[in-house]
Design a protein around this ligand. Structure first.
Ligand code: NCD
Ligand code: ZN
Ligand code: ZN
Length: 439
């Protein structure tokens, strides 16, 4: 099979760490087939799917249902299983059954999964730290948000900005700080999902300097949209966390350049158009599709000179490959690595349109936005899944789990202190305490 790549750029296929393909549970919003078709048409060759499906991916049985559904995928995939009070006792079983990683909803969002208690976070991190498995965290303080929401609802607010006010940046800053503290204490690997606020960047920067193994993603909406767009778009742009004031946009870019934010994900969170356009903001579902618009949006910014194409490759492919144990396998174009490739035309101009979305949920805050730079061909493990801008229909089912090739690097050995030993090795802890008493 040949294509003429004259004048085009050959990039590693994007790895999107954060998609909601809704399958099983919400086939009117998305399925594995439709979501992965959208990925293929967006130059995305690997996705990591989130566990807030129905049933939630927190039991071996539910995980098996998801793996079955994913058999129709066009692109390769990882599965983030649910980390919570109900699942923390069988994390190992979920890993054995095919989960690549975990997701903790530390903050209420679509699916209404209860936030893990801090005790549960500590215990789960202690279990996962020696395994080197990374946990993605949706970090927003539920109690701050619950109080704000009830005040705003009680006062009758139904306007777009009420949603923003209900989830202030401080809810994100607080939860990130808490998660990083527990990650540092336990040595666990964590990943901050959809980072939105400029104010918490210093917490992340400091944690990274101290050697906490934290990776961070942001999404195009947080870099490119803000409260002004919320006024214009209302429920269509309703998302958790919300887009913030314009003052947050540039610092997030700067943090990407600096490496405090490691990667771009999309938080592809499709909902049906009627679920996004209800008159009352509180009744509009949160989230919108993004897996197929990320690459044109970002390439447009590259064309504007805001970063280089190599920066983009680092954010879209290299950093996620490293974070999820796929380094040397995916995320680079090199001998021995999977031929996961996006061939892009940096000159092609167009207007993003809901009508052209592959996602079942054809509604998007990016509708009408002018872009320059499109993926034209997408190749997963050597096979075209998009060719000349068209989905290769019979490639459905070509995608497979990355569990078989995922290799997390060895975790750093952490010195177990006396308090941990008091649980794991009580006699050694008693000897240490006695020795301290003699000194
Ligand atoms: C996501 C969804 O719809 O599943 N919604 C969202 O607003 N981002 C859930 C999430 O990622 O918080
Ligand atoms: Zn989330
Ligand atoms: Zn999400």
């Amino acid at each position: 099979e040949e294509v003429n790549a004259d004048g085009l750029y050959v990039l590693p296929g994007a790895i999107d760490s954060h998609v909601h393909f809704r399958d099983p549970g919400y086939p009117h919003k998305e399925t594995w087939k439709s979501g992965s078709a959208a990925a293929a048409c967006g130059g995305v060759t690997t996705v990591f799917d989130m566990p807030n499906t129905s049933p939630p991916t927190g039991t071996v049985e539910a995980l098996q249902m998801k793996l079955k559904a994913a058999e129709s995928s066009y692109v390769d995939f990882g599965i983030h299983a649910l980390f919570g009070d109900d699942t923390v006792d069988h994390l190992e079983a979920l890993l054995e059954a095919g989960a690549t990683s975990f997701k903790a909803f530390v903050g209420n969002t679509f699916g209404n999964l209860p936030a893990p208690t801090d005790g549960c976070l500590l215990e789960g991190f202690e279990k996962l730290a020696p395994l080197g498995i990374r946990t993605t965290v949706h970090a927003e303080n539920s109690s701050i948000m619950a109080r704000r929401t009830s005040h705003l609802k009680d006062s009758g607010r139904t306007d777009p900005l009420a949603h923003l006010a209900a989830r202030p940046a401080v809810a994100e800053i607080e939860a990130i700080g808490r998660v990083l503290t527990l990650a540092e204490w336990t040595g666990a690997r964590v990943h901050i999902a959809h980072h939105s606020a400029a104010d918490s960047l210093y917490v992340l920067r400091d944690a990274k300097r101290r050697g906490v193994d934290v990776t961070v993603e942001t999404c195009p909406q947080y870099m490119l949209l803000n409260t002004g767009d919320m006024l214009r778009l209302g429920g269509v742009l309703r998302v958790n966390p919300p887009v913030r004031e314009a003052r947050h946009n540039q610092p997030l870019w700067d943090a990407m350049m600096e490496g405090v934010i490691d990667m771009i994900a999309t938080d592809h969170a499709p909902h049906a158009p009627e679920e996004k356009t209800r008159p009352n903001i509180w009744e509009c579902d949160c989230g919108f599709p993004g897996v197929e618009t990320q690459m044109p949006l970002m390439l447009t910014e590259i064309n504007r000179g805001r970063a280089t194409i190599m920066d983009y490759v680092r954010w879209s492919a290299e950093a996620p490959a490293k974070a999820w144990g796929l380094w040397g396998v995916k995320g680079i174009v090199a001998p021995g690595a999977h031929a996961d490739i996006a061939i892009v035309d940096m000159d092609r101009r167009g207007v993003l349109s809901e009508n052209r979305l592959r996602s079942i949920s054809r509604i998007s805050p990016w509708h009408g936005r002018t872009v320059q730079g499109y993926p034209l061909h997408t190749i997963v493990r050597g096979r075209f899944v998009m060719r000349d801008g068209e989905l290769v229909e019979n490639a459905a089912g070509w995608g497979k789990s990355v569990k078989g090739v995922q290799r997390m690097p060895e975790p750093k050995v952490r010195h177990a202190d006396t308090f941990v030993k008091a649980i794991t090795d009580p006699e050694a802890a008693a000897r240490e305490a006695a020795a301290a008493a003699e000194e």
